[in-house]
Write a protein that binds this ligand. Structure first.
Ligand code: SF4
Length: 332
């Protein structure tokens, strides 16, 4: 059997979300090796191999799979159907919580401590992802998860633009807790296209959303298709954009079927609470904090806040304060 997967590259140079999700699904199920060939259908190039194949097979959707078995050939436009029928894999999507169960969980967890929230969520949803391990809040979450006694996962986004200190710190955390940390890279083609067309610092000229979209939002979306719940370090007093963060919510912008339980155990904590915890529990922290950084992101887009400034004022400091989110936490 020979399998060709056709992925679509959009006019803006990025791969289509569905193609990225299908690839991730195959990888998570250990089936990626069964794809013999990947070709691109480039919206800017009618003669690209994938566009030609789409015309030949009369297919208008991407991704699609062309399976040749001897003389027989079949085209699949559904990754799930392809997996189920040809690879014998478990094509059942991961279960996402129902809205009613999120509401009742929110009621149950109201007034509970971060440790209690963490333990309860890990107990019910297995190992959800704590999405990063760079800043103080992330480390409090990892420490709480480790002390809960339940299995958990840690996933970090490697944008390619992090501080050297952060890369070294990720390694230190891995060894300190004896845990695996998934480090997810952005789509290479999309990054290369952006840099070729706009250079390495386009965010200073036309805003951070395009670069963050490629280096953060897309990769996180792929990561979160593996989980039923996502644990974040958001706090209400971090910035005006986070003033209403609840303890738990249904995020309809992520997850394998368009929704995921999003848990914010630190929503009601202050920055001082977080640091008290780190000190009391002797939790390792990113050495950039000792240089005055409070919120830590990519190197070109983060600076320590100035005296009197808000703690996230050093993130994308050249932009309006109401736009200083990278897109990971924006509603759909
Ligand atoms: S924080 Fe800056 S460098 Fe990092 S992904 Fe966003 S715009 Fe790009």
């Amino acid at each position: 059997m020979h399998v060709t997967m056709v992925k679509k590259r959009l006019k803006n140079g990025q791969p289509c979300d569905k193609c990225a999700q299908a690839e991730d699904l195959l990888k998570r199920r250990g089936l990626w090796e069964r794809i013999d060939e990947v070709v691109w259908a480039d919206e800017n190039d009618d003669s690209s191999p994938g566009m030609r194949l789409a015309r030949e097979k009369s297919v208008s959707l991407a991704p699609f799979f062309v399976v040749k078995d001897g003389e027989a050939e079949q085209v699949y436009t559904s990754a799930l159907a392809f997996i189920k029928e040809r690879l014998g894999g478990d094509a059942k999507p991961l279960a996402a919580p129902e809205p009613a169960s999120v509401e009742s969980l929110a009621l149950e967890l109201s007034g509970k401590s971060p440790a209690e929230v963490m333990a309860r969520v890990l107990q019910q949803y297995g190992p959800p992802a704590a999405s990063s391990c760079s800043g103080a809040e992330d480390l409090m979450l990892i420490d709480l998860a480790a002390k809960s006694g339940h299995p958990f996962s840690v996933s970090s986004l490697d944008t390619g633009r992090l501080h050297a200190e952060t890369y070294r710190f990720i390694e230190r955390v891995r060894k300190h807790y004896g845990i695996e940390i998934s480090v997810t890279a952005p789509d290479t083609v999309a990054v290369e296209d952006l840099v070729r067309k706009k250079g390495l610092f386009s965010f200073y000229e036309d805003g951070h959303s395009e670069c963050c979209g490629i280096r953060k939002v897309g990769p996180l979306r792929r990561v979160l298709t593996r989980y039923a719940a996502w644990i974040t370090g958001q706090r209400r007093d971090q910035s005006p954009t986070r003033a209403d963060v609840p303890l738990v919510q249904l995020d309809t912008n992520q997850g394998s079927d368009g929704r995921i339980l999003k848990v914010n155990p630190l929503a009601e904590q202050s920055l001082a609470d977080v640091w008290r915890y780190l000190r009391d529990e002797q939790v390792p922290y990113n050495p950039l904090h000792d240089q005055g950084f409070i919120s830590i992101g990519c190197e070109p887009c983060t600076r320590p806040p100035r005296p009197g400034e808000h703690e996230r004022a050093g993130r994308w400091w050249w932009e309006d304060s109401t736009k200083r989110e990278c897109g990971l936490h924006l509603p759909k």
